[in-house]
Design a binder for this molecule. Structure first.
Ligand code: UTP
Length: 271
């Protein structure tokens, strides 16, 4: 059974400067909840109650968010706002939270390898909180079912416009049915004329523990960073990666357009 979920949150969030100068981009709110809380709720709903963060400098607000504030709770007691901390308090009661630091921003692959100190030798989920996902059933819950069937790494994918393939890891392989593909090829941010398909990996993964050994020997890839896509390609060559077209919607909240779209979407749902 998978119990742990890794949140790499060490990135600088430069697209949101100056808002992210002194606070993590994962703490930017969609309505009243920070992005990272949506991600942790999705993990917890999927039964992943051991939450592991790979942090960096300027990320203390995340630790404070997942901790109890007795004074504030006391202050709100009996008032009309008493319930406004309920969602976060529930998570704090249900989950455990651990933190480790990525020393240099050497890419998502390096951030995930840093998480080994907390994850150890077991399969685990990965959520990039800036990809905000919404589905009637949570995306991570859907992926856990895929893992239980295939017992190998799982990446969530969606179709993107051909001109956008150079922003994502792109997969191709053997379709098993409408939603599942056994991955054969993965390329990080290909130019549109070199992309093997338009199926893009989004910020949800289930990884088997052998990924750590692979990451330890993965050379620097695109952008001089250690790319998780390159490590996954090694597993894919052994037929051990399933791409899953999830049911639901994703908002790229690492970009301004995606962030505004997510805000509008959740605002409409709230009304
Ligand atoms: P991004 O490249 O989208 O995030 O990384 P960023 O670097 O924070 O944002 P911009 O491009 O400067 O605006 C995807 C995810 O991987 C994490 C980021 O925190 C983000 O959640 N990441 C990336 C790390 O934890 N460490 C890294 O070295 C790189």
């Amino acid at each position: 059974m998978i119990k742990k979920c890794l949140f790499p949150v060490a990135g600088y969030g430069t697209r949101f400067l100056p808002a992210t100068k002194a606070q993590p981009k994962e703490m930017l709110p969609i309505l009243t909840k920070p992005l990272v809380q949506y991600g942790v709720e999705e993990a917890s709903d999927a039964g992943l109650k051991e939450i592991a963060f790979v942090t960096g400098r300027n990320k203390r607000a995340i630790e404070d968010h997942f901790d109890i504030t007795y004074e504030l709770e006391d202050h709100l007691k009996g008032s009309s706002r008493e319930n406004s901390l309920k969602s976060i308090r529930n998570l704090i009661d249900e989950c455990s939270f651990s933190y480790t630091r990525q020393v240099q921003m050497k890419g998502l692959g390096d951030a995930i390898l840093t998480g080994y100190a907390i994850i150890g030798n077991e399969p685990f989920g990965v959520i990039l909180a800036d990809d905000l996902c919404f589905g009637e059933e949570g995306i991570m819950s859907q992926m856990i079912k895929v893992y239980e069937k295939y017992k190998c790494s799982v990446v969530a994918v969606e179709e993107v416009a051909p001109e956008d393939v150079n922003k994502y890891g792109i997969i191709s392989g053997q379709p098993l049915d409408e939603r599942h593909t056994r991955v054969e090829t993965m390329v990080e941010k290909p130019e549109p004329d070199q992309a093997p398909s338009n199926l893009a990996i989004i910020g949800r993964y289930i990884l088997t523990a052998d990924i750590f050994d692979i990451l330890r020997t993965t050379a620097l890839g695109r952008g001089g960073e250690i790319q998780i896509t390159d490590a996954l390609q090694t597993q894919a060559r052994q037929g051990k990666v399933i791409a899953y077209r999830f049911k639901g919607q994703r908002f790229d909240c690492g970009s301004i357009d995606g962030f505004v779209n997510a805000t509008n979407f959740f605002y409409q749902r709230m009304k």
